[in-house]
Design a protein around this ligand. Structure first.
Ligand code: FE2
Length: 356
């Protein structure tokens, strides 16, 4: 809500004893904005308790300081989700807001798909919000909060993989029938829930990285053999973190299998073909595509068309054997993916960029 130069924010976003660098206001019964916390001041748990007892559902930030608030949300997202005191609907709203911004930013920059339309934004918001509520219901929220607190970049990547996965599946309901044979007969609400569960798998696919040291995750250069062995544990770590949760078995399997190659040779189980769960095969595609098209501290994003060509394992149009852009690594991607799903994914990307 925007009102006379102030924007409403959720009290659930304010972390106890943290030091927000913006001023926070409350609105009096007469509609006046009264300073509640000065920038740089710690907000005590007593202050937050009093606020919650007063029944106030909104506090306010000066519009001019909104960007500081958004930065604060990003920096504290893991803590906000882990805060037992704030209600799940407030956490879901904050999480959706930050996550939708991540997707919107990728859409407009690295993917070059133009401005995201209002309905696409709203849909993304709803998918993410629903995914978070489902994560809470299946007792997986502490694991997600831990991952975000450990490595924000992994969270950003996971959010984009969620977006690719859910929008791709929404456009390819025949693939949903491979995941759930009764999908066609489900009512609209159950169909949306199924899609959300696939989104949850996408959001949590790299959660096991929370147990990998940050210097390995964020290393700019190539990993040593030992570091690589540690890194390859993350699908199993992820399954271990989520084993006691109530997530559906197909979601847990997708997390375990998301680095398995269709032709075999992937990790951690080295299973192949139809033994790899369908959602894992989709995550394998969306994961690699997002990693290639994203900016990293050590690399520029690869344009979407070129990323698709690398994934197919073909040299770029007009390229010749020995072309600098066509190396063994590019050919090495051939066979990583379920070709039928990859074909559908590339068709979907084509449709997205046309409509973008
Ligand atoms: Fe991964």
């Amino acid at each position: 809500m925007i009102d006379r130069g102030y924007t409403a924010i959720s009290p659930g976003a304010i972390i106890q004893e943290s030091l927000p660098d913006f001023r926070i206001y409350i609105r009096s019964a007469q509609g006046k904005y009264v300073l509640w916390a000065l920038e740089g001041n710690k907000v005590s748990s007593e202050q937050l308790d009093r606020l919650s007892e007063s029944g106030m559902t909104d506090v306010f930030v000066d519009l001019e300081e909104k960007f500081k608030y958004e930065q604060y949300l990003e920096n504290n997202l893991g803590k906000i989700l882990a805060n037992d005191k704030s209600p799940i609907d407030q956490k879901a709203a904050i999480f959706s807001k930050v996550s939708t911004n991540v997707v919107k930013d990728a859409f407009e920059t690295c993917l070059g798909m133009g401005t995201m339309g209002a309905s696409a934004i709203q849909r993304t918001h709803k998918f993410v919000e629903n995914a978070l509520i489902f994560i809470r219901e299946t007792k997986s929220l502490p694991a997600l909060a831990k991952m975000i607190g450990h490595d924000y970049q992994t969270y950003e990547h996971a959010t984009k993989v969620l977006w690719f996965t859910t929008v791709f599946l929404r456009n390819n309901l025949d693939v949903m029938e491979l995941i759930e044979p009764n999908f066609k007969t489900l009512d609209a609400e159950k169909k949306f829930d199924m899609l959300s569960q696939c989104g949850v798998g996408a959001l949590l696919h790299d959660i096991g990285k929370a147990l990998i040291p940050q210097d390995i995750i964020n290393k700019d250069g190539p990993l040593t053999e030992v570091e690589w062995e540690v890194m390859k544990r993350h699908p199993l770590n992820g399954l271990a973190m989520l084993l006691d949760t109530d997530l559906p078995v197909f979601v847990k399997k997708a997390i375990l299998h998301h680095h398995e190659d269709f032709r075999g040779g992937g990790y951690p189980m080295n299973v192949d073909g139809k033994d790899i769960n369908i959602l894992a095969r989709i995550l394998r595609i969306a994961d690699v595509f997002d990693a290639m098209t994203s900016r990293r501290s050590y690399k520029e994003p690869i344009p979407p068309l070129k990323a698709a060509q690398i994934m197919i394992g073909k040299p770029k149009a007009g390229g010749e054997e020995g072309d600098a852009d066509h190396n063994d690594r590019d050919q090495g991607m051939k066979g990583c993916f379920d070709e039928e799903l990859l074909r559908k994914f590339i068709l979907f990307l084509g449709k997205m960029s046309l409509s973008g």
